[in-house]
Ligand binder design. Structure first.
Ligand code: ADP
Ligand code: ADP
Length: 228
């Protein structure tokens, strides 16, 4: 089964101005199948349409046309079931507020209604210790680790990581890769979106390259290396 399936997906954003309106095609007729159990890299420069594709997979944005299935469910009719079984690391998270890291993880567990141990999750991302500080004191890298721990709540079948290495130092990037592999070994499908080739190369089995809203290539990392 495909964990993610996009068929003929097009997304146009309409921009309405006072004198003129125009539209931006963020995705153009994208066909994509991410297989169950793979680590799939989604590579493309800023503005290529990666976040739009992710938002569509989670039903935060509706496609202009096309069909989308995730974890066997139709996105438009069953996004609740999809979100329940998916862990998401969003791009560009700002750690604000006085709640501690531990409290954030506890809230994520409560929201998903699972019986995860906050301590285990925090330990996996090397955040035991700093978990007692308010998140507003976190560096970007610490916030990113915390968000990763929250994405792991409930042992999701699908992990969607949007620019996961943002703000991470080499150590943090290593933790990120370790967790991607651990989750994949456990059976999770991983969708790894990034504009940095080296990061995608380091963990992914296959890669799709998105450029200007078009999926230009889908291939194994090995074959891609020969052509780049
Ligand atoms: P990426 O994640 O690869 O950087 P995005 O999906 O964020 O790409 O953006 C793709 C294109 O769609 C860009 O031209 C961006 O400006 C545009 N876009 C994204 N979201 C919106 C929106 N809500 N309204 C209008 N244009 C948008
Ligand atoms: P990314 O490149 O990671 O997608 P962006 O800065 O392009 O980050 O987008 C951040 C947020 O702003 C996203 O939610 C996106 O949908 C929205 N966005 C991006 N471009 C536009 C735009 N031109 N008009 C309105 N919203 C936009």
């Amino acid at each position: 089964m495909a964990a993610i399936e996009l068929r003929g997906v097009t997304k146009r954003y309409e921009r309405r101005g006072l004198l003129r309106s125009n539209s931006v095609t963020a995705l153009h007729d994208v066909d994509l199948a991410v297989e169950d159990g793979e680590i799939f890299g989604f590579l493309g420069p800023n503005g290529a349409g990666k976040s739009t594709a992710i938002d569509i997979m989670l039903d935060y944005v509706q496609p202009t046309s096309g069909a989308v299935r995730v974890l066997g469910h139709d996105v438009q009719t069953n996004s609740v079931a999809i979100r329940e079984r998916t862990g998401v690391l969003p791009d560009g998270y700002d750690a604000v507020g006085e709640r501690t890291g531990r409290e954030h993880v506890e809230l994520a567990i409560e929201a998903k209604g699972t019986n995860d141990d906050p301590e285990d999750l925090l330990e996996r991302v090397d955040m035991l210790g700093p978990d007692s500080y308010p998140v507003e004191q976190y560096s970007k890298g610490m916030a990113q680790r915390l968000m990763l721990a929250m994405a792991l709540v409930g042992n999701p079948d699908l992990l969607i990581l949007d620019e996961p290495s943002t703000g991470l130092d080499p150590n943090g990037a290593r933790t990120m890769r370790r967790i991607v592999r651990e989750e994949n070994d456990r059976g999770a499908t991983v969708f790894f979106s990034s504009h940095i080739l080296e990061q995608v190369e380091a963990v992914c089995d296959r890669v799709g390259i998105l450029d200007g809203g078009e999926l230009v290539t889908v291939d194994s990392i090995d074959r891609l290396r020969e052509t780049i």
